[in-house]
Design a protein around this ligand. Structure first.
Ligand SMILES: [Ca+2]
Ligand SMILES: [Ca+2]
Ligand SMILES: [Ca+2]
Ligand SMILES: [Ca+2]
Ligand SMILES: [Zn+2]
Length: 304
């Protein structure tokens, strides 16, 4: 997301005053794959647990992503150049953990992390996820004096001066940070750390309907959404591609699931899917394959 106004060193993000649109893209649903209890992914940047997720309707690739913002780059849905930026996202959920899981695989010709001001994560390659569990309209989000009902989870890695997480609009609660039961993030990469590379991101969150603005009572006073099959929430997932060294606001492109301008307002519908038989089948095959490998090793007399 581009910074709207800088007030001193603080960025004010304006959500815009354009007409309220209910959902974007209009009439479209996105699906979170249901992970059974024995296949919950670990948030470590190794995305191999996501292999069992059937392609359709869960995998979001370039053909589902748009670059609608004229202040950055306007490009129609599906027109991303995969040699410049190739995105792949999957969202999942689990009933007993009551968590949402996000996976992103990002090939980028140049991974750039060199912002002068560590707070300006949008001057470097960044993954930006918004979640609005109460699924309210744009005009009802994060109203002044009301509990927070839309959350942004933004990540720029590797960490710079230790900074890599940008939780908005409240970033100061110690219980609401990476490494807690509410937010768990992991990342890894292949290739050149600051060059041509594929970065892998995994994030688990507990969906909060209403986060108290009173810090002392915030944890106990917050209301959690109980995820069930068919629950529909609002979300967006975006990636800002910076390829240029240094500078400010030098986006190469900014791709997301929504066609809304400005971006990053969680206006896409995300449905918690039922257990998918194809996933269960893939899981059974994977378990069998692991067992066969183990037996093969035992028979061959090799350990490990
Ligand atoms: Ca993992
Ligand atoms: Ca690029
Ligand atoms: Ca930069
Ligand atoms: Ca880049
Ligand atoms: Zn909706």
């Amino acid at each position: 997301m581009k910074c709207s106004i800088m007030v001193g060193a603080v960025c004010i993000f304006l959500l815009g005053t354009t007409a309220v649109r209910a959902h974007s893209p209009e009439g479209e649903l996105f699906f979170a794959v249901q992970f059974p209890d024995n296949a919950i992914p670990v948030m470590d940047g190794d995305i191999s647990e996501w292999d069992i997720v059937p392609e359709s309707p869960y995998h979001l690739r370039n053909d589902r992503l748009s670059a609608p913002d004229p202040s950055i780059l306007t490009a129609p849905r599906g027109s991303a150049d995969p040699s410049d930026l190739n995105l792949h996202h999957v969202v999942g959920w689990n009933n007993s953990q009551n968590k949402l899981y996000f996976m992103s695989e990002v090939f980028d010709n140049i991974h750039n992390i060199d912002r002068e001001d560590v707070a300006r994560f949008w001057d470097d390659d960044a993954l930006e996820i918004e979640v609005n569990p109460s699924a309210v309209a744009a005009g009802e989000k994060n109203l002044e004096g009301q509990p927070v009902n839309q959350f942004s989870y933004k990540w720029s890695v590797p960490p710079l001066e230790g900074q890599y997480q940008y939780i908005e609009p409240i970033s100061t609660y110690t219980w609401f940070q990476d490494g807690t039961e509410f937010i768990d993030f992991g990342w890894a990469f292949d290739g050149e750390m600051f060059g041509e590379s594929t970065y892998y991101y995994e994030m688990a969150i507990t969906p909060i309907l209403a986060l108290s603005r009173d810090e002392a009572s915030s944890k106990e006073g917050s209301e959690i959404l109980d995820l069930e099959e068919g629950t529909t929430i609002h979300f967006s997932v975006n990636f800002g591609d910076i390829d240029e060294t240094g500078g400010e606001d030098n986006y190469n492109s900014f791709w997301g699931v929504s066609t809304d301008v400005p971006c990053c307002n969680a206006t896409s519908d995300l449905v918690m899917a039922e257990l998918d038989p194809l996933l269960l089948e893939a899981l059974a095959t994977r378990v069998t394959a692991v067992e066969e490998v183990s037996w093969g090793r035992i028979k061959a007399g090799t350990t490990r």
